[in-house]
Design a binder for this molecule. Sequence first.
Ligand code: MG
Length: 260
Amino acid sequence: MKRFLALSLAVTAAMSVAAFAQQEEKKYPEPEKMSPRMSEYWTPQPKVVTPGDIKTNTAPSDAIVLFDGKDLSAWKSKKTGEAAGWDVKGGVVTVNKKAGDIMTKEEFGSFQLHLEWRIPKDIEGKSQARGNSGVFLQGKYEVQILDNYENETYVNGMVGSLYKQTPPLVNPMRKPGEWNVYDIIYTAPVFKEDGTYLYRPRVTVILNGVVVQNNTELLGTTEYIGFPKVAKHGDGPIILQSHGDPSKPISFRNMWIRKM
Ligand code: MG
């Protein structure tokens, strides 16, 4: 028995050596030799965009200007669909709490949004009742605007939060009376046929040059009461919130959006 085992091992070993030798002999084509130019392509060339002028706060050349200090012709009242009814003065628009929320006439999918906002210098109130507003992406998802300069509140409802979902990474808010700058990069969701998300909406928020949301997924609508809701939708407007808190109304300037 032992001898038989030794013999079969020897035979197997011999066969493997033969197979290896045979494999070595077989020649396959070598891959083509690469040159640097083989992995370089030249078209299509990205469209040339003239960036905005930092000194004069102008928008990039391919942006849709939502507010340039003159009028609210890009906006309407959410409640009535008529004129927006907020107060434009000195290149700045201030919330009119009686007029309610305002929304863009145009609707958007994925975009880059720029807006500047200012809390009044003599703001009063605490927690959520201090300069509360907000910007709704596709009319459904609120990036909170609130005076959280030395004013604490629930963190998933503070400035830079995706309201009642995700707190900001940090709080880079400027003092009341100074201008804050939001740059928001938003990727619209893709839905399955049953109305749930195939890909959730995602948002990056930069506040005063500091990242506060980094490609954060939204779970659904940003509800004041209850859980996020998911319902199939298409393009939607930008909505600016006129919050019912009793504090002084906040102001906006220099708003523009780029479709992506
Ligand atoms: Mg709000």
